[in-house]
Ligand binder design. Structure first.
Ligand code: AMP
Length: 281
Protein backbone atom coordinates (compact mmCIF):
# COMPACT_ATOMS: atom_id res chain seq x y z
CA UNK A 1 0.00 0.00 0.00
CA UNK A 2 1.25 3.46 -0.86
CA UNK A 3 0.03 6.87 0.31
CA UNK A 4 0.55 9.51 -2.40
CA UNK A 5 -0.03 13.10 -1.36
CA UNK A 6 0.32 15.06 -4.60
CA UNK A 7 -0.59 14.70 -8.27
CA UNK A 8 3.17 14.69 -9.05
CA UNK A 9 3.68 11.64 -6.80
CA UNK A 10 0.64 10.04 -8.42
CA UNK A 11 1.78 10.67 -11.99
CA UNK A 12 5.25 9.32 -11.12
CA UNK A 13 3.57 6.15 -9.84
CA UNK A 14 1.37 5.98 -12.98
CA UNK A 15 4.36 6.25 -15.28
CA UNK A 16 5.98 3.26 -13.52
CA UNK A 17 3.06 1.03 -14.62
CA UNK A 18 2.67 -1.06 -17.73
CA UNK A 19 0.22 0.77 -20.01
CA UNK A 20 -2.20 -2.19 -19.94
CA UNK A 21 -2.56 -1.95 -16.13
CA UNK A 22 -6.19 -1.41 -15.16
CA UNK A 23 -6.94 1.05 -12.35
CA UNK A 24 -10.11 1.12 -10.25
CA UNK A 25 -10.71 4.38 -8.39
CA UNK A 26 -13.04 5.01 -5.42
CA UNK A 27 -13.35 8.76 -4.71
CA UNK A 28 -14.18 9.69 -1.10
CA UNK A 29 -13.94 12.57 1.35
CA UNK A 30 -12.34 10.30 3.95
CA UNK A 31 -13.51 9.44 7.45
CA UNK A 32 -13.49 5.97 5.98
CA UNK A 33 -16.23 3.49 6.90
CA UNK A 34 -17.17 0.05 5.60
CA UNK A 35 -19.17 1.42 2.65
CA UNK A 36 -16.08 3.26 1.37
CA UNK A 37 -14.07 0.05 1.85
CA UNK A 38 -16.68 -1.88 -0.18
CA UNK A 39 -16.05 0.47 -3.14
CA UNK A 40 -12.30 -0.04 -2.87
CA UNK A 41 -12.73 -3.83 -2.49
CA UNK A 42 -14.73 -3.93 -5.73
CA UNK A 43 -12.17 -1.69 -7.46
CA UNK A 44 -9.42 -4.13 -6.43
CA UNK A 45 -11.45 -7.14 -7.50
CA UNK A 46 -12.13 -5.74 -10.99
CA UNK A 47 -8.73 -4.14 -11.68
CA UNK A 48 -4.96 -4.63 -11.34
CA UNK A 49 -4.67 -1.66 -8.94
CA UNK A 50 -7.14 -0.15 -6.48
CA UNK A 51 -7.01 3.57 -5.74
CA UNK A 52 -8.98 5.33 -3.02
CA UNK A 53 -8.93 9.12 -3.09
CA UNK A 54 -9.39 11.14 0.09
CA UNK A 55 -10.13 14.80 -0.41
CA UNK A 56 -12.62 17.04 1.42
CA UNK A 57 -13.75 19.09 -1.55
CA UNK A 58 -14.44 22.75 -0.63
CA UNK A 59 -16.39 23.55 -3.81
CA UNK A 60 -19.22 21.14 -2.98
CA UNK A 61 -19.97 22.76 0.40
CA UNK A 62 -22.30 25.74 0.69
CA UNK A 63 -21.37 28.75 2.82
CA UNK A 64 -23.33 27.61 5.87
CA UNK A 65 -22.31 23.98 5.62
CA UNK A 66 -19.87 21.82 7.57
CA UNK A 67 -16.72 22.15 5.43
CA UNK A 68 -14.57 23.35 8.35
CA UNK A 69 -15.86 20.75 10.79
CA UNK A 70 -16.08 17.83 8.33
CA UNK A 71 -14.12 14.95 9.97
CA UNK A 72 -10.54 14.73 8.67
CA UNK A 73 -9.07 11.49 10.00
CA UNK A 74 -6.29 10.55 7.55
CA UNK A 75 -4.18 8.38 9.86
CA UNK A 76 -7.24 6.42 11.04
CA UNK A 77 -8.36 6.11 7.42
CA UNK A 78 -4.96 4.70 6.40
CA UNK A 79 -5.11 2.19 9.28
CA UNK A 80 -8.62 1.07 8.26
CA UNK A 81 -7.71 0.73 4.59
CA UNK A 82 -4.68 -1.36 5.61
CA UNK A 83 -7.07 -3.99 7.07
CA UNK A 84 -8.65 -4.69 3.65
CA UNK A 85 -7.94 -8.04 2.00
CA UNK A 86 -5.97 -7.04 -1.13
CA UNK A 87 -5.90 -10.31 -3.09
CA UNK A 88 -2.18 -9.67 -3.51
CA UNK A 89 -2.88 -6.42 -5.37
CA UNK A 90 -1.57 -2.94 -4.67
CA UNK A 91 -3.69 -0.25 -3.00
CA UNK A 92 -2.95 3.43 -3.53
CA UNK A 93 -4.33 6.07 -1.19
CA UNK A 94 -4.34 9.38 -3.04
CA UNK A 95 -4.75 12.21 -0.52
CA UNK A 96 -3.92 15.46 -2.30
CA UNK A 97 -3.79 18.96 -0.82
CA UNK A 98 -6.23 21.67 -1.87
CA UNK A 99 -3.76 23.58 -4.08
CA UNK A 100 -3.03 20.40 -6.00
CA UNK A 101 -6.68 19.89 -6.95
CA UNK A 102 -7.40 23.61 -7.33
CA UNK A 103 -4.12 25.25 -8.41
CA UNK A 104 -3.97 29.00 -8.83
CA UNK A 105 -5.93 30.09 -11.93
CA UNK A 106 -7.89 26.82 -11.95
CA UNK A 107 -10.52 27.20 -14.66
CA UNK A 108 -11.97 23.74 -15.24
CA UNK A 109 -15.26 24.32 -13.45
CA UNK A 110 -18.06 22.16 -14.79
CA UNK A 111 -21.78 22.70 -14.55
CA UNK A 112 -23.80 19.65 -13.54
CA UNK A 113 -26.63 18.46 -15.80
CA UNK A 114 -30.13 19.93 -15.21
CA UNK A 115 -31.19 16.93 -13.12
CA UNK A 116 -29.06 18.58 -10.42
CA UNK A 117 -31.70 21.25 -9.88
CA UNK A 118 -34.12 19.51 -7.55
CA UNK A 119 -33.87 17.29 -4.42
CA UNK A 120 -30.29 17.65 -3.07
CA UNK A 121 -29.62 20.43 -5.58
CA UNK A 122 -32.62 22.41 -4.34
CA UNK A 123 -31.32 22.15 -0.76
CA UNK A 124 -27.69 22.79 -1.76
CA UNK A 125 -27.70 24.93 -4.94
CA UNK A 126 -23.99 24.83 -5.84
CA UNK A 127 -23.28 21.38 -4.47
CA UNK A 128 -23.40 19.27 -7.63
CA UNK A 129 -21.34 21.69 -9.72
CA UNK A 130 -18.65 21.23 -7.06
CA UNK A 131 -19.06 17.46 -7.15
CA UNK A 132 -18.75 17.03 -10.92
CA UNK A 133 -15.88 19.54 -11.00
CA UNK A 134 -13.84 17.65 -8.42
CA UNK A 135 -14.61 14.22 -9.86
CA UNK A 136 -13.59 15.42 -13.33
CA UNK A 137 -10.34 16.75 -11.86
CA UNK A 138 -9.71 13.53 -9.89
CA UNK A 139 -10.33 11.47 -13.05
CA UNK A 140 -7.90 13.68 -15.01
CA UNK A 141 -5.22 12.94 -12.42
CA UNK A 142 -5.96 9.31 -11.48
CA UNK A 143 -6.88 7.98 -14.97
CA UNK A 144 -9.40 5.34 -13.87
CA UNK A 145 -10.31 2.37 -16.03
CA UNK A 146 -13.36 2.11 -13.76
CA UNK A 147 -14.62 4.33 -10.96
CA UNK A 148 -16.85 3.26 -8.07
CA UNK A 149 -19.69 5.28 -6.52
CA UNK A 150 -22.35 4.39 -3.96
CA UNK A 151 -26.07 4.34 -4.73
CA UNK A 152 -26.63 6.01 -1.36
CA UNK A 153 -25.98 9.30 -3.20
CA UNK A 154 -28.20 8.35 -6.12
CA UNK A 155 -28.61 11.79 -7.69
CA UNK A 156 -24.84 12.31 -7.45
CA UNK A 157 -24.25 8.93 -9.11
CA UNK A 158 -26.51 9.86 -12.05
CA UNK A 159 -24.79 13.24 -12.45
CA UNK A 160 -21.35 11.63 -12.40
CA UNK A 161 -22.48 9.11 -15.04
CA UNK A 162 -23.57 12.02 -17.25
CA UNK A 163 -20.35 13.98 -16.62
CA UNK A 164 -18.18 10.92 -17.31
CA UNK A 165 -20.09 10.14 -20.49
CA UNK A 166 -19.12 13.55 -21.80
CA UNK A 167 -15.60 14.06 -20.43
CA UNK A 168 -14.30 10.54 -19.66
CA UNK A 169 -16.11 8.19 -22.04
CA UNK A 170 -13.49 5.45 -21.60
CA UNK A 171 -14.01 5.25 -17.84
CA UNK A 172 -16.68 2.78 -16.66
CA UNK A 173 -18.81 4.08 -13.79
CA UNK A 174 -19.75 1.27 -11.42
CA UNK A 175 -22.78 1.77 -9.12
CA UNK A 176 -22.40 0.06 -5.73
CA UNK A 177 -25.20 -1.01 -3.35
CA UNK A 178 -26.02 0.92 -0.18
CA UNK A 179 -24.28 -0.43 2.92
CA UNK A 180 -26.15 -0.06 6.21
CA UNK A 181 -25.31 0.01 9.89
CA UNK A 182 -26.57 -2.88 12.02
CA UNK A 183 -29.85 -1.09 12.78
CA UNK A 184 -30.48 -0.44 9.04
CA UNK A 185 -29.40 3.21 8.83
CA UNK A 186 -27.46 3.91 5.61
CA UNK A 187 -23.78 4.33 6.51
CA UNK A 188 -22.47 7.88 6.27
CA UNK A 189 -19.57 9.87 7.70
CA UNK A 190 -22.20 12.31 8.97
CA UNK A 191 -23.77 9.57 11.14
CA UNK A 192 -20.91 10.40 13.53
CA UNK A 193 -22.75 13.62 14.31
CA UNK A 194 -25.68 11.59 15.75
CA UNK A 195 -26.24 10.00 19.16
CA UNK A 196 -27.35 6.36 19.40
CA UNK A 197 -30.93 7.53 20.06
CA UNK A 198 -30.89 9.87 17.06
CA UNK A 199 -29.62 7.03 14.86
CA UNK A 200 -32.56 4.96 16.02
CA UNK A 201 -35.01 7.83 15.43
CA UNK A 202 -33.57 8.45 11.96
CA UNK A 203 -34.72 4.97 10.91
CA UNK A 204 -38.07 6.57 10.16
CA UNK A 205 -36.52 7.57 6.81
CA UNK A 206 -35.84 3.98 5.74
CA UNK A 207 -39.19 2.79 7.13
CA UNK A 208 -41.04 5.47 5.16
CA UNK A 209 -39.23 4.50 1.94
CA UNK A 210 -40.17 0.87 2.60
CA UNK A 211 -43.84 1.72 3.11
CA UNK A 212 -43.84 3.72 -0.14
CA UNK A 213 -42.27 0.75 -1.91
CA UNK A 214 -45.07 -1.48 -0.57
CA UNK A 215 -47.71 0.92 -1.92
CA UNK A 216 -46.00 0.97 -5.33
CA UNK A 217 -45.76 -2.81 -5.53
CA UNK A 218 -49.21 -3.41 -4.02
CA UNK A 219 -51.29 -0.85 -5.92
CA UNK A 220 -49.10 0.20 -8.87
CA UNK A 221 -50.90 3.53 -8.48
CA UNK A 222 -48.76 6.65 -8.81
CA UNK A 223 -51.61 8.74 -7.37
CA UNK A 224 -51.72 6.65 -4.17
CA UNK A 225 -47.94 6.95 -3.67
CA UNK A 226 -48.01 10.69 -4.31
CA UNK A 227 -50.86 11.10 -1.81
CA UNK A 228 -48.88 9.20 0.81
CA UNK A 229 -45.77 11.30 0.09
CA UNK A 230 -47.76 14.51 0.47
CA UNK A 231 -49.27 13.27 3.72
CA UNK A 232 -45.85 12.39 5.23
CA UNK A 233 -44.32 15.71 4.13
CA UNK A 234 -47.24 17.58 5.69
CA UNK A 235 -47.18 15.66 8.97
CA UNK A 236 -43.42 15.46 9.58
CA UNK A 237 -41.39 18.59 8.83
CA UNK A 238 -38.13 16.68 9.39
CA UNK A 239 -38.47 15.32 5.85
CA UNK A 240 -36.75 17.79 3.51
CA UNK A 241 -38.08 15.84 0.53
CA UNK A 242 -39.51 12.53 -0.59
CA UNK A 243 -39.64 11.83 -4.30
CA UNK A 244 -39.95 9.17 -6.99
CA UNK A 245 -37.72 9.29 -10.06
CA UNK A 246 -37.18 7.11 -13.09
CA UNK A 247 -34.30 4.73 -12.44
CA UNK A 248 -33.28 5.13 -16.03
CA UNK A 249 -32.90 8.90 -16.48
CA UNK A 250 -33.78 10.33 -13.06
CA UNK A 251 -36.69 12.32 -14.53
CA UNK A 252 -40.20 12.67 -13.04
CA UNK A 253 -42.35 9.60 -13.69
CA UNK A 254 -45.84 9.82 -15.19
CA UNK A 255 -46.74 6.20 -14.46
CA UNK A 256 -45.33 3.19 -12.65
CA UNK A 257 -44.72 0.99 -15.71
CA UNK A 258 -40.97 1.35 -15.23
CA UNK A 259 -38.29 0.83 -12.60
CA UNK A 260 -38.16 3.75 -10.17
CA UNK A 261 -36.15 4.95 -7.22
CA UNK A 262 -37.79 6.46 -4.13
CA UNK A 263 -35.53 9.03 -2.48
CA UNK A 264 -35.69 10.86 0.82
CA UNK A 265 -33.78 13.39 2.86
CA UNK A 266 -34.40 13.54 6.60
CA UNK A 267 -33.23 16.27 8.96
CA UNK A 268 -31.85 15.21 12.36
CA UNK A 269 -30.97 18.51 14.07
CA UNK A 270 -28.22 20.01 11.88
CA UNK A 271 -27.59 16.77 9.99
CA UNK A 272 -29.31 15.86 6.72
CA UNK A 273 -29.55 12.13 6.10
CA UNK A 274 -30.06 10.56 2.69
CA UNK A 275 -31.51 7.23 1.72
CA UNK A 276 -33.30 5.62 -1.24
CA UNK A 277 -34.82 2.37 -2.42
CA UNK A 278 -34.99 1.03 -5.95
CA UNK A 279 -38.28 -0.52 -7.06
CA UNK A 280 -38.22 -2.81 -10.05
CA UNK A 281 -41.85 -3.04 -11.02
P1 AMP B 1 -18.31 10.46 0.70
O1 AMP B 1 -16.99 10.25 1.35
O2 AMP B 1 -19.44 10.59 1.66
O3 AMP B 1 -18.26 11.53 -0.35
O4 AMP B 1 -18.63 9.11 -0.09
C1 AMP B 1 -17.72 8.57 -1.00
C2 AMP B 1 -18.39 7.49 -1.78
O5 AMP B 1 -18.88 6.48 -0.89
C3 AMP B 1 -19.60 7.97 -2.61
O6 AMP B 1 -19.60 7.30 -3.86
C4 AMP B 1 -20.76 7.55 -1.76
O7 AMP B 1 -21.95 7.33 -2.49
C5 AMP B 1 -20.24 6.23 -1.21
N1 AMP B 1 -20.98 5.88 0.00
C6 AMP B 1 -21.07 6.61 1.15
N2 AMP B 1 -21.90 5.98 2.02
C7 AMP B 1 -22.33 4.86 1.40
C8 AMP B 1 -23.19 3.78 1.77
N3 AMP B 1 -23.80 3.74 2.95
N4 AMP B 1 -23.39 2.77 0.89
C9 AMP B 1 -22.78 2.80 -0.32
N5 AMP B 1 -21.96 3.77 -0.73
C10 AMP B 1 -21.73 4.79 0.10
Amino acid sequence: MKVLKSSKEYSDWLSSLDEKTTIGVAPTMGNIHDAHLSLLAQALKDNDKGVITIFVNPTQFGEDEDFESYPRTLQNDIDKIATLETMGKEIIIFAPKNNDIYPENFNQYIQANEISCDLEGALRPTHFDGVVTVVNRLFDITKPTSAYFGKKDYQQLKLIELMANQYHPKTTIVAMPILREENGLAMSSRNNYLSREQKQEALILKQTLESLKEIIQGTKSLKKVENKINQVLKEDSRFNYLSIKSLHDFKEVKDLNQPVVILGNFQMNQTRLLDNLEVNI
